[in-house]
Design a protein around this ligand. Structure first.
Ligand SMILES: C[S@@+](CC[C@H](N)C(=O)[O-])C[C@H]1O[C@@H](n2cnc3c(N)ncnc32)[C@H](O)[C@@H]1O
Length: 274
C-alpha cells in the first residue's frame, strides 16, 4: 500500500523539525524506499504501521531512526579533488606557518557521514606534512546520524567505496584487507574523534577550530538555517582560519562575513577583514 499524503506530510515535518532537512513535496517515492527497510527491521507490518507507532510513541528513538533514514550520506575519499589540492597547496601551508609557535592545529569536519572526508584529511596530513608529528593535532568529525558515525569509527570500507577516489598508493599504504573489505590503519583512525552533533541544535564545545569543513549538507537546508549555521561557524572559527563548503554551496547572499579564497572550484572561504 502506498503512503498517503498525510503520512508523507508527517515524515516531511519530522525531518524538517529534527534535522532542518527540507524535502520537496514530491518525495513520496524517496520516503517509501528509505523507510521500507527500517519498517522490516523493526518488525512492522508496513511503513504506515511504523509511522502510526512513531506518532503515538513517547520515545524519540524511532523518530530519530526515521530521520536518519531520510538523510543522504553520499560521500567519498578525496571528494571533488580540488578542495584537497587547495588544502595541500594553500590552506594547510598557511595554517602551519601561522601556528608554528603554538604547534597546535584544530579541525572540525561537520556532517562527516561515514568518515571518508576526515580520513582523507588525516591521510593528507600524514603524507604531506610530516612536520606535524610533534604537534597537537585535533581532528573532530561530527554527524547527526549515529549509524554513519558507527561506520566511520570502524573505518572499514567496501571495494566500491575505496575505488571511489582513493589513490591506489594510499590504499596499499594505509589499508589492509579484511574479507571483502578494507580496514583503515589504526594510527590514522585514531587521529579522528567522531562525535554526534546536530547542526540545527546547540553545538557542544568545539574549541576554536583553525579549519571548518561543512561540505554538501547546507544544500538540504532552507535559507534561514544556512544563515544560522554559517554565522555560528564564523563565530567559532579562528579569525585567520578557513571554512570549506561543498561544490554547490556558497556563503554569497547568506553571510557577508566570509570571502572566497581565490582557488578555483575548491569552495574555500576565510573571514573578511574589516
Ligand atoms: C551528503 S553527506 C556529506 C558528507 C561529506 N561532508 C561529504 O561532503 O562528502 C551529508 C551528511 O549530512 C548529515 N546531516 C544531515 N542533516 C544534518 C544535521 N542537521 N546535522 C548534522 N549532520 C546532518 C547526514 O547525516 C549526512 O551524513
Amino acid at each position: 500500500m502506498s503512503l498517503t499524503a498525510a503520512d508523507c506530510e508527517y515524515v516531511y515535518r519530522l525531518v524538517r523539525q529534527r534535522a532542518g532537512i527540507v524535502l520537496d513535496a514530491d518525495k513520496a517515492y524517496l520516503v517509501e524506499t528509505r523507510l521500507a527497510p527500517l519498517a522490516r527491521q523493526g518488525g512492522f507490518e508496513s511503513i504506515q504501521g511504523m509511522l502510526t507507532h512513531s506518532q503515538a510513541s513517547p520515545h524519540a528513538a524511532l523518530r530519530d531512526k526515521l530521520v536518519e533514514a531520510l538523510t543522504t550520506n553520499e560521500t567519498s575519499f578525496y571528494r571533488d579533488v580540488r578542495p584537497f589540492d587547495a588544502l595541500r597547496e594553500v590552506v594547510l601551508p598557511d595554517l602551519l606557518r601561522k601556528r608554528a609557535a603554538a604547534r597546535r592545529l584544530e579541525v572540525w569536519c561537520a556532517a562527516a557521514s561515514t568518515g571518508q572526508e576526515p580520513y582523507t584529511l588525516a591521510m593528507l596530513l600524514r603524507e604531506h606534512f610530516p612536520e606535524l608529528a610533534g604537534w597537537d593535532v585535533r581532528l573532530t568529525a561530527t554527524d547527526i546520524s549515529t549509524d554513519v558515525l558507527a561506520r566511520a569509527r570502524a573505518g572499514c570500507y567496501s571495494q566500491v567505496e575505496v575505488n571511489r577516489g582513493l589513490p591506489a598508493p594510499l590504499l596499499a599504504k594505509y589499508f589492509s584487507r579484511v574479507g571483502a573489505n578494507w580496514k583503515l590503519a589504526d594510527d590514522i583512525r585514531r587521529m579522528v574523534d567522531f562525535r554526534p552533533l546536530n547542526l540545527i541544535e546547540r553545538w557542544p564545545d568545539l574549541g576554536r577550530p583553525d579549519l571548518v569543513l561543512i561540505r554538501n549538507v547546507l544544500i538540504y537546508f532552507d535559507v534561514p538555517t544556512k544563515k544560522d549555521i554559517l554565522a555560528r561557524a564564523r563565530r567559532i572559527l579562528r579569525p585567520d582560519g578557513y571554512l570549506m563548503l561543498g561544490g554547490g554551496e556558497t556563503t554569497l547572499n547568506l553571510d557577508d562575513g566570509f570571502e572566497r579564497v581565490d582557488y578555483e572550484r575548491a569552495g574555500v572561504y576565510r573571514l573578511r577583514s574589516i
